[in-house]
Design a protein around this ligand. Structure first.
Ligand code: ADP
Length: 605
C-alpha cells in the first residue's frame, strides 16, 4: 500500500508542476545542447524483467516491471516458509517499490529469503539497465538524524525472541509497564525459526494415544539426558511448569495439535506441535497480546543493548543501547531481563568455549545471525556467574548447504532410520542428540541419509515441520523418491543390497527382534512405497551454557549472590540442560522461564 501512496504523491506533484507551468530542475542531467531543457536521466529501461536466486526452500523468482524511474510491479514466485520467509518477501516487495532501490533492510529470521529476494531483484534490475551499485546506496536524508534518547519504564527486556516476548506479556499481566529492545529489524530470534516442538507431560493429549508419562519420568530423562550436569532445582521448575505454560499460551490464543510426538532427541513422546508452522505460533501469540497493549508495552527494534547499568549499591537499573538514531538509555525501576538467546551464530565464541567437539569453525548452524551471545558478555562484565559454556549442542540434521533444519524429511523419531554412504545404519536413531551427532561425525564425510516411507508422507503434499511438501523437496532435488528401496539406493548412490538389509533389520526390530543398536522407539515398519531419502550433516543448534540463574530467574554473581534488579531467561541462561538438551525442551525452557522472569520482575519494588 505504501508504494501506492508514494506514486499518488508523485503524480500530484507532476500535476501541480504542469498547472503552474513550472519545471523542476532535474537532479541528474544528460548532456544537452543549446538552451534545451535538461532531460532527467532515466534509471531503468522500461519493461518487465525476471531475476531469480536460491532462497531457503528453492528458487525465489521475481518478475519485475519498471518504467523509466520507478519499479511499478514485483511479482514473486517462491516456496519460502509460510508465515516467515513469505512475510519477509512481501515486506521487501513493499519496501523495494516504495524506495525504487536495492538499499533494503534484511528481515530478521528470514535471512536466506531476504538475501534471495535482493539477489533476484538485483538480477532483474541489471537486465533493466540500472546502475545497481547506485541503487544499493541509501538515499541522502534516509539516514536518520542522530539523537540520544532516554526512556523510563518498570521492566526492561533485552531481546524479542520467545523468552523476551513471553517475559513481556507476563510482566504486563502482572501489572508492569514494559519496554523490549531487539537488535534485529524483526522480532522472533531463533524461536521463530525453530522446529517448535514443546515437551510437556500432558495427560489430556498423551492418554488417548496410549502414552504413559509422568513428571518424574520427564525430570529423570531431562536430568540424566544432560549427564546430571543440569541444576536439579531448575530442571524441577522446567518439568513442573511445562504444562501450565502450555495452558497459559492457550489462554493467550495459541493452538497446539491434539497429538504429541517424539521430536529428535526427545527420548519420549511428549513433544507438542503448534498448529502454526515453525515457531511463528509462539511469536504471533505474544505479538497479538503486545499489539493489544501497545500503550504499555513498547518494542524498539534495531536497538542493540551494549551494557548493563549498575547503581552504586549494586542494583541493575537499566541498560545502554544503540540504534541507528543514536544512544538509547533505558531506566527500569523494577528490573532488567536479559533474553538475548545463545551464541550458536558466533563462531569465535563457539571456538573459544568448545572443548567437547572437534573443531566447530566450519560447521554451519541452524541459528539466526543475531545469536551472538551478547547478553552473556554483558552480564559477565558486571560479574555475573557464567556456567557450562562448553556445552554446545549439535544436531545430526543440518541441511548440507545451509545448516538449517529446513528440508528435514523426518516426521518424528519412530518411523525413520539413518544410513551412511554405504547404506548401513550406524546408531540408535532414538538416542540423545550428542550421541547421534558424534556417531554421524565418524561416518564418511560426516553425512547421512534419512530414510522414510509412505507412513511419514501419506500423500505428496504432506508437509514436514517447515511446511515443505515432500513433493516440493523432491522437485528441488533436496529429497529423493522411489517405488523400491533398490531404486532409491541407486538414486542416492548407496549400495542397494546394504540399504535393503538395513531396512529389513529395522523392520524385524519393529516386530520385536532385538535392534542391533539398542533402539527402542518404533511405530511403523519402513515397507510401503514410495520410499524417500534426504541428506543431512552435523549443525550447531543450541548453546546450553550461559548466565547462572535461580529458580526465580534472578541472575547470580560469581560469589553465588543474587544481583538485584537483574533477571535472565531462555537460551542466554546456563546450567538447566547440562551436557545435552533433550529435543523439545528448548521451547519449554524459553516460554516457561520467560514467563517466570516477567512475573518476578513485575513484582519487584
Ligand atoms: P530465546 O529462545 O532464548 O528467546 P531467541 O534467539 O529466540 O532466544 O531470541 C533472542 C533475541 O535477542 C533475538 O531476537 C536476538 O536478535 C536478540 N538480541 C541478541 N542480542 C541482542 C542485543 N545486544 N540487543 C538487543 N537484542 C538482542
Amino acid at each position: 500500500m505504501k508504494n501506492i501512496g508514494k506514486k499518488i504523491a508523485a503524480a500530484l506533484i507532476m500535476v501541480m508542476a504542469v498547472s503552474l507551468g513550472a519545471c523542476a530542475a532535474p537532479e541528474t542531467t544528460v548532456p544537452n545542447e543549446g538552451n534545451e531543457t535538461p532531460v532527467e536521466e532515466s534509471v531503468f529501461t522500461p519493461g518487465t524483467y525476471e531475476g531469480s536466486a536460491k532462497g531457503f526452500h528453492g528458487d525465489v523468482v521475481l518478475t519485475v516491471t519498471v518504467n523509466e524511474n520507478e519499479i511499478t510491479e514485483i511479482v514473486a514466485d517462491h516456496t519460502e516458509t509460510e508465515g516467515l520467509g513469505d512475510n519477509a518477501i512481501d515486506e521487501m516487495i513493499a519496501s523495494a517499490m516504495e524506495k525504487d532501490s536495492l538499499a533494503l533492510d534484511m528481515m530478521s529470521g528470514a535471512t536466506y529469503s531476504s538475501e534471495a529476494f535482493l539477489a533476484a531483484l538485483e538480477m532483474a534490475l541489471v537486465k533493466a539497465g540500472a546502475d545497481v551499485e547506485k541503487l544499493k546506496v541509501k538515499e541522502a536524508g534516509e539516514e536518520a538524524v542522530k539523537e540520544d534518547i532516554t526512556k523510563d519504564t518498570e521492566v526492561a527486556i533485552i531481546g524479542a525472541g520467545g523468552a523476551g516476548l513471553s517475559a513481556a506479556v507476563s510482566a504486563h499481566q502482572n501489572g508492569a509497564k514494559v519496554i523490549v529492545i531487539e537488535k534485529m529489524p524483526n522480532v522472533g530470534g531463533n524461536t521463530i525459526i525453530s522446529g517448535s516442538a514443546y515437551n510437556a507431560v500432558d495427560e489430556k493429549r498423551q492418554a488417548p494415544q496410549g502414552i504413559e508419562d509422568s513428571i518424574e519420568k520427564f525430570y529423570t530423562q531431562t536430568y540424566e539426558g544432560g549427564d546430571k550436569q543440569g541444576d536439579p532445582e531448575l530442571v524441577r521448575v522446567l518439568v513442573e511448569n511445562a504444562y501450565p505454560t502450555i495452558e497459559w499460551l492457550e489462554s493467550l490464543g495459541m493452538e497446539f495439535k491434539d497429538t504429541v510426538f517424539t521430536v529428535l532427541g526427545a527420548l519420549w513422546p511428549r513433544s507438542h506441535k503448534p498448529v502454526e508452522p515453525l515457531g511463528t505460533g509462539y511469536i504471533n501469540t505474544y505479538m497479538n497480546y503486545i499489539n493489544e497493549h501497545s500503550d504499555e508495552i513498547e518494542i524498539l527494534t534495531e536497538t542493540e543493548a551494549k551494557e548493563l547499568v549498575v547503581s552504586e549499591d549494586g542494583r541493575v537499573t537499566g541498560f545502554i543501547a544503540e540504534s541507528k538514531n543514536g544512544k538509547v538509555t533505558v531506566n527500569a525501576s523494577k528490573g532488567v531481563i536479559v533474553a538475548t538467546g545463545g551464541f550458536g551464530a558466533n563462531v569465535e565464541m563457539r571456538d573459544q568455549y568448545n572443548t567437547i567437539w572437534p573443531a566447530l569453525t566450519n560447521i554451519k548452524t541452524t541459528n539466526h545471525k543475531g545469536a551472538t551471545g551478547d547478553g552473556i558478555v554483558m552480564a559477565e562484565k558486571i560479574n555475573a556467574s557464567i556456567v557450562q559454556m562448553e556445552n554446545i549442542q549439535l544436531l545430526p540434521m543440518g541441511d548440507p548447504e545451509t545448516g538449517s533444519l529446513s528440508g528435514n524429511i523426518e516426521q518424528g523419531v519412530e518411523n525413520r532410520i539413518f544410513v551412511n554412504s554405504d547404506g548401513n545404519r550406524f546408531v540408535d536413531e532414538g538416542e540423545r542428540r550428542d550421541v547421534m551427532t558424534n556417531a554421524l561425525m565418524e561416518q564418511e564425510d560426516s553425512m547421512m541419509w534419512v530414510i522414510v516411507d509412505q507412513h511419514s508422507y501419506p500423500t505428496g503434499d504432506t508437509v514436514n515441520n517447515f511446511n515443505e511438501s515432500i513433493d516440493s523437496l523432491v522437485e528441488q532435488g533436496r529429497a529423493f523418491k522411489a517405488d523400491t528401496l533398490e531404486e532409491l539406493a541407486q538414486q542416492i548412490g548407496v549400495s542397494p543390497e546394504n540399504l535393503v538389509k538395513s531396512v529389513e533389520a529395522f523392520n524385524a526390530a519393529v516386530d520385536g527382534a532385538t535392534d542391533e543398536f539398542g533402539r527402542t522407539l518404533f511405530m511403523h515398519k519402513i515397507d510401503t512405497a514410495p520410499f524417500y531419502a534426504g541428506k543431512r550433516v552435523p549443525t550447531v543448534h543450541h548453546t546450553m551454557g550461559g548466565i547462572k540463574i535461580t529458580p526465580e530467574t534472578r541472575v547470580v554473581d560469581v560469589n553465588g549472590v543474587v544481583i538485584p534488579g537483574l533477571f535472565a531467561a531462555g537460551e542466554v541462561t546456563g546450567g538447566i540442560h547440562g551436557a545435552n538438551r533433550l529435543g523439545g525442551n528448548a521451547l519449554t525452557d524459553v516460554n516457561t522461564f520467560g514467563r517466570i522472569a516477567g512475573a518476578q520482575a513485575a513484582k519487584e519494588n
